[in-house]
Design a protein around this ligand. Structure first.
Ligand code: GFB
Length: 314
């Protein structure tokens, strides 16, 4: 990418999109374009076509998606498949029609089979059945990977796919019904401490293991791959290290300084037992994460305290 190139970041208000913009700005890329969803409904094919025809971006980061935690995925199953398919179909096709030089499609580690061997290698894709709670989302993301590869194969488009592990960082979602585990627990421990409660209720058994990557590391990896990777197939982005959810809860409890008990709501799903990324492909290309989970949680908690000032997380 050159500094003058026009770069479209789809999903710029989300946690990933906003981190991508921070990363691009840091290296002096200022010709960045974006639209709020109120201005451009990415599910609307005509609107997306008109936008690409008018703006003619050189590069596209496709970070716009309907996302959420385990309960949101399982509840809004229709929206998770419909919105995501429409958004990615419209953008990927318009990028092809309008001669975009390169596009990066962002997926998720839930594209891998529920019981795949660990760590998850890129070639485990489509080798077995998916985790049921997020199957609609995963099917949409798998379609996006295959679409990028199909356009590369048929038209020679330089469209690449990256699969981030579970992410956290600034601009996360703190709504307890739709958020992911890390922001949810940060909020729960913080509010319990502020209100002098004796317990925090976490979902499930706490036994599942997850890998967490700070979104600033993710954005750095995406920037690196945009510059250095031009192949078909996907690339995992993660740390290559995971923790049990109960360990994560204890870490957050300590960072927040909550002194009560942790209890479990076993009516809530555990989801996939483990989703540890094999990051050897990414490391061979030349990138490794730098923000440790402990440091990441501490810095996000500083943000949270300042932003919400113990009043409203909404
Ligand atoms: O982060 P999370 O919602 O997503 O849940 P997934 C991870 C684990 O944390 C599950 C447990 O075992 C949850 O039961 N957990 C414990 C909690 N307490 C809480 C809580 O208060 N809130 C939440 N949300 N979880 C999603 C997928 O899966 O992650 C998506 O559904 C996507 O498709 C995304 O891949 C990254 O890692 O289970």
């Amino acid at each position: 990418m050159n500094k003058e190139d026009k770069i479209y970041v789809a999903g710029h208000r989300g946690m990933v999109g906003s981190a991508l913009i921070r990363r691009l700005n840091r290296d002096g890329f200022h010709n960045i374009i974006f639209r709020r969803s109120a201005e451009l409904d990415l599910r609307n094919q005509k609107a997306v076509n008109d936008f690409f025809l008018t703006e003619k971006p050189d590069y596209v980061f496709l970070a716009a998606a309907k996302v959420g935690g385990i309960l949101a995925n399982n509840t809004y199953r229709a929206e998770f498949i419909y919105d995501n398919l429409m958004i990615q179909n419209n953008i990927i096709h318009a990028a092809h029609v309008n001669g975009v030089k390169k596009l990066m499609f962002l997926g998720s580690s839930c594209i891998y089979p529920k019981m795949a061997p660990q760590p998850l290698k890129e070639d485990y894709l489509l080798t077995d059945t998916l985790e049921p709670t997020n199957e609609p989302y995963a099917i949409a993301k798998i379609a996006g990977i295959k679409m990028c590869d199909a356009y590369r194969h048929q038209y020679g488009s330089n469209f690449i796919s990256v699969m981030p592990t579970n992410l956290y960082g600034p601009n996360d979602n703190y709504d307890l019904k739709t958020s992911h585990v890390l922001p949810a627990l940060l909020r729960k421990f913080h509010e319990a401490k502020e209100q002098g409660l004796s317990e925090v209720v976490m979902w499930g058994t706490g036994n599942p293991k997850r890998e967490f990557l700070h979104v600033d590391d993710l954005a750095d990896a995406c920037f690196f791959l945009m510059e250095n990777y031009d192949e078909e197939g996907l690339v995992n982005i993660g740390t290559g290290e995971d923790v049990a959810i109960i360990e994560l809860a204890r870490m957050i409890k300590e960072v927040v300084g909550f002194e009560g008990e942790i209890t479990h709501d076993l009516t809530k799903p555990d989801g996939t037992p483990r989703k540890l990324m094999d990051v050897s492909k990414l490391e061979k290309i030349g990138w490794k994460y730098s923000i440790s989970l402990k440091d990441g949680i501490s810095s996000v908690y500083e943000d949270v305290k300042e932003k919400f000032n113990s009043k409203s997380f909404a």
